[in-house]
Design a protein around this ligand. Sequence first.
Ligand SMILES: Cc1cc2nc3c(=O)[nH]c(=O)nc-3n(C[C@H](O)[C@H](O)[C@H](O)COP(=O)(O)OP(=O)(O)OC[C@H]3O[C@@H](n4cnc5c(N)ncnc54)[C@H](O)[C@@H]3O)c2cc1C
Length: 596
Amino acid sequence: MPRYHAPVKDTLFVLDAVAGLHDHADVPGFAALTPDLVEAVLTEGGKFCGEVLAPLNLPGDRQGCTRHPDGSVTTPDGFRDAYAQFCEGGWGGLIADEHHGGQGLPYVMGAVLQEYIGAANMAFGMYPGLSEGAQAAIEVVGSPEQKAKWLPPMVHGRWTGTMNLTEPHCGTDLGLIRTRAEPLSNDSYAITGTKIFISAGEHDLAENIIHLVLAKTPGAPDNVKGISLFLVPKFLVNDDGSLGARNGVSCGSIEHKMGIHANATCVMNYDGATGYLLGEENKGLAAMFIMMNAARLGVGIQGLSQADAAYQNAVDYAKGRLQGRSLTGAKNPEGKADPIIVHPDVRRMLMDARAYTEGMRALVLWSAIRVDLARKSPDAAAREMADDLISLLTPVIKGYGTDRGYEVATNCQQVLGGHGYIAEWGMDQFVRDARIAMIYEGTNGIQALDLVGRKLGAKGGRGTQAWLALVGSDLGAATDDRLAFITAPLSTALGDVQAGIMWLLQNGMANPDHAGAGATAFMRMMGHVALGHMWLKMADASLAALDAGTADPDFHQAKLTTARFFAARVLPETSGLRAQLEAGADTVMALPAEMF
Ligand SMILES: Cc1cc2nc3c(=O)[nH]c(=O)nc-3n(C[C@H](O)[C@H](O)[C@H](O)COP(=O)(O)OP(=O)(O)OC[C@H]3O[C@@H](n4cnc5c(N)ncnc54)[C@H](O)[C@@H]3O)c2cc1C
């Protein structure tokens, strides 16, 4: 049975030394985050994930969800009890507004918890995860009455939320949506249509499910400009907050799928269901994007979590499995063979996994603090800067983060050889679960297009310039010779990214296929540099800790060693990626479609 141990020590290091958690006491919510409180929350959260959620992961995958003839859905054994504990512990409301019954902690604390929950049990984490996204949308576009009515039970976890965009004929292209919303006399609408692939669409964990649904009103433009957002509860809610009649929405079936079996992916049928307009008519997509941006960061975190869970188990295996002898002489001379962790090719996979997970954790938490600054900093310029940076980095965290998360998970499966392919070890589940993160919330191809087509040039390229300047100035400040191992390749990689942006500017406008064909290579290149930036910060902090006589020299030496690996083995990839980008669309598009 795979195990999971939350990496609390590493998280604390990142929060403190890289993300600057304690440098923002002027931002509401941050002053209360004393080091003791942060450690206590992470330790407790990690314990809950390791002891309650992780043991349910593999059995939940085997059992899956069950739809009954009446349309109800039950989650795997143990999920209801775990969810009740989750709510009792207040984990669902950790970052929610205190006005709605939450604890009002900064977003960054929620991001940490999302990582731990996702690594322990990704399918479980999606029930509260989707709900958080729905709450974010209601919080931003809902009326005061709607917030007061719907948010408190969702924050508590008594009700959960979903997002309903996808229909059988439309996923990426939401302009094609056919679900209709007919106005009724009492300020509500009758919603009719079919949504597919709806995560957590029906289940037995909560008393009510609040679906956020994209639909078109009569006469609305039949494209993305005609989409509105509706709140459609499973049970109607009386004025006193009690549950009323069952609404006309039901689960038609649950999908049989590759992974996340314990999360019910539902076909949802809306048969004249009562819905309430959220925000303005025809502005639904913008409202949904609030939810999707939060969700995209959450999905990036899923890439990190599956990678870390797979890494932890691959390390355990590599230390215990005896096969062959070290190329440089026996390391376990009393035994008939050495543990496979001595073999460079196994090390290559483990080091890559370690360099990605620690680097990605740093990028996620550093970025999560930018989310907090963008929302709450008292300084308008700081809010604007943070917003620019997080907008730019969101597709990278989602797209690069989950591409690499999947690669790491599959490499860690490889570490177990044939046993990695055998279900009882659970490594296949990490790979299968990691795979979906590359697809939903906008496929990674769409993330790459969003990055090159919109985010790089947004607001006249302000965010891009700010990020390039930030990496450049951190490189300039790293004058300690002992950091040259990373400053040199990071400068080169940053140069590749800058050249890539220039190339896109010069060629992408003239022929958009050039931008489309190179977008994924560019996203990976930028992801490497974003992680390299984090590794520079971590190496710098670890050197300082060692110079100051840290009580934990092994931890900081390991950081430096991993930073060296990243600098030497990952950063140089940017030159090849740049060549791919600059090769343009010709070889990609030359073959006529009928020749395939
Ligand atoms: C397990 C699971 C859970 C899900 N959960 C939810 C949920 O909770 N709510 C919800 O609404 N949806 C959900 N989805 C749907 C998911 O978001 C979509 O599957 C995804 O957005 C892709 O849409 P599609 O499947 O229709 O693929 P398509 O849009 O048909 O895309 C097919 C391929 O074409 C590419 N492509 C499409 N358009 C372009 C373009 N313009 N340029 C370049 N490439 C393009 C895509 O990148 C992809 O590779 C879920 C899906 C799954 C499998």
